[in-house]
Design a protein around this ligand. Structure first.
Ligand code: SAM
Length: 306
C-alpha cells in the first residue's frame, strides 16, 4: 500500500507537533502489548506460561507488558493457548489508560457507552474484581458479537450488554467511560487506511456526533460521579473542542487533573482555527505516538459537581 500523507493533513499536523517526528514514528510498527487478565490469572502465571516470550513491563501499569518472541520467530500472540483461555488480552498500551484514569471499583455502577470490542470493558471488569455492575453498550449489531465473545473469554460476569445509540440512553451511573468513535488519527500505526480516508469534513461530522454522546453521557452521570472521555484521535476538534463544548453547556461539569507516573505527555491545544478553549482543558491528557512509542490518545476526566 502506498503511504501518503495528504496536504491538508500535513498542514494541520505541522501546526500541532513536530511533523517529522510524528511521521517517522507513524510509519514504524506498534510494539505488541498485552494486559494480564486478573480475573483468570496473574502476572507470575502468565510469565511462567509464556517462557518463550520476553515480557517487558509498561512504565505506567504493572498489568501491561510489551511482548516479543525471544527468538523473533513468532508474532502471532493471538494464537497462543493462553490468549484463547483469556489469561491475557491483546491491548495497545495507551488504550489501557482510560480505565486506569476512571478507576472503577467494586461498588460502582458503570456505563461503558461505546464498548466494542471490549478491551476497556474487560479491563474495568478486572479492576472491579467482577463485582458492581457494568452496562457495556454498542450501537453496531455486528460489533456486539465480538464484544460478547471477549467478555466470555475473559470470564467477565458483572456486565450486561446493550445495543443502543449512546446519545439516546437513559439511566444513572456512578462512573461512565465514553471511549468515543473517532477518526483514529492517533492509531495510524495500526491502520494506515486512516490516512487514505482522512478529510476535514469527516472530522467536523465526528466532532458533532461526539458532542451529542458526551452531552448525554454527562446527563446520565450521578451527582459527584466521574466520567472519562477518550479518543485515539489527535484532532483538536474531536478532543479539546468537544470537552470545551461540555464545559460551555453544563455549569456543573468540572475537569480533574490527570497525572500518570511514568508516562510522557504533551501540551493540550488551547486554541484552534480562531477559537480559544477554556484553560481548564490543560488538566486533560494528550499523548502523541512519539511521546511513549504508543498510539496517540486524548483523555479527559470529568466530575459532576454535587
Ligand atoms: N471502547 C472500545 C474498546 O476499548 O475496545 C473501543 C470503542 S471504539 C473507539 C468506538 C465504538 O463506538 C465503536 O465500536 C462504534 O461502533 C461505537 N459507536 C459508534 N457510534 C456510536 C453511538 N452513537 N453510540 C454508541 N456507540 C457508538
Amino acid at each position: 500500500m502506498k503511504i501518503e500523507f495528504k496536504k491538508d493533513f500535513i498542514e494541520r499536523y505541522s501546526n500541532l507537533t513536530s511533523f517529522d517526528e510524528f511521521k517517522e514514528i507513524s510509519l514504524k510498527p506498534l510494539p505488541r502489548t498485552i494486559r494480564v487478565n486478573t480475573l483468570k490469572s496473574n502476572v507470575e502465571e502468565v510469565k511462567e506460561r509464556l517462557k518463550d516470550w520476553d515480557l517487558k513491563p509498561l512504565k505506567f501499569y504493572d498489568k501491561g507488558f510489551a511482548i516479543e518472541h525471544k527468538k523473533k520467530e513468532r508474532r502471532d500472540i493471538g494464537n497462543l493457548r493462553e490468549h484463547f483461555l483469556g489469561l491475557f488480552y491483546i491491548q495497545e498500551a495507551a488504550s489501557m489508560l482510560p480505565p486506569l484514569i476512571l478507576n472503577p471499583d467494586k461498588n460502582d455502577v458503570v456505563l461503558d457507552m461505546a464498548a466494542a470490542p471490549g478491551s476497556k470493558t474487560t479491563q474495568m471488569a478486572a479492576m472491579m474484581e467482577n463485582e458492581g455492575l457494568i452496562v457495556a453498550n454498542e450501537v453496531k449489531p455486528n460489533r456486539i458479537m465480538p464484544l460478547g465473545i471477549n467478555l466470555q473469554r475473559c470470564g467477565v460476569v458483572n456486565t450486561i450488554l446493550t445495543l443502543h445509540y449512546g446519545e439516546r440512553m437513559k439511566g444513572k451511573f456512578d462512573k461512565i467511560l465514553l471511549d468515543a468513535p473517532c477518526s483514529g488519527t492517533g492509531a495510524i500505526r495500526k491502520s494506515l487506511k486512516t490516512l487514505q480516508i482522512y478529510n476535514t469534513g469527516m472530522i467536523k461530522k465526528l466532532s458533532y456526533d461526539q458532542k451529542k454522546l458526551i452531552f448525554n453521557a454527562f446527563k446520565l452521570l450521578k451527582k459527584d460521579g466521574t466520567m472519562v472521555y477518550s479518543t485515539c484521535s489527535l484532532e483538536p476538534e474531536e478532543n479539546e473542542n468537544v470537552v470545551n463544548s461540555l464545559l460551555e453547556n453544563f455549569d456543573d461539569a468540572y475537569l480533574e487533573k490527570i497525572k500518570i507516573d511514568g508516562l510522557k505527555t504533551s501540551d493540550v491545544v488551547l486554541d484552534f482555527e480562531g477559537k480559544a478553549f477554556n484553560s481548564e482543558i490543560k488538566k486533560c491528557l494528550r499523548i502523541w505516538p512519539q511521546d511513549n512509542d504508543t498510539e496517540g490518545f486524548f483523555v479527559a476526566k470529568i466530575r459532576k459537581n454535587g
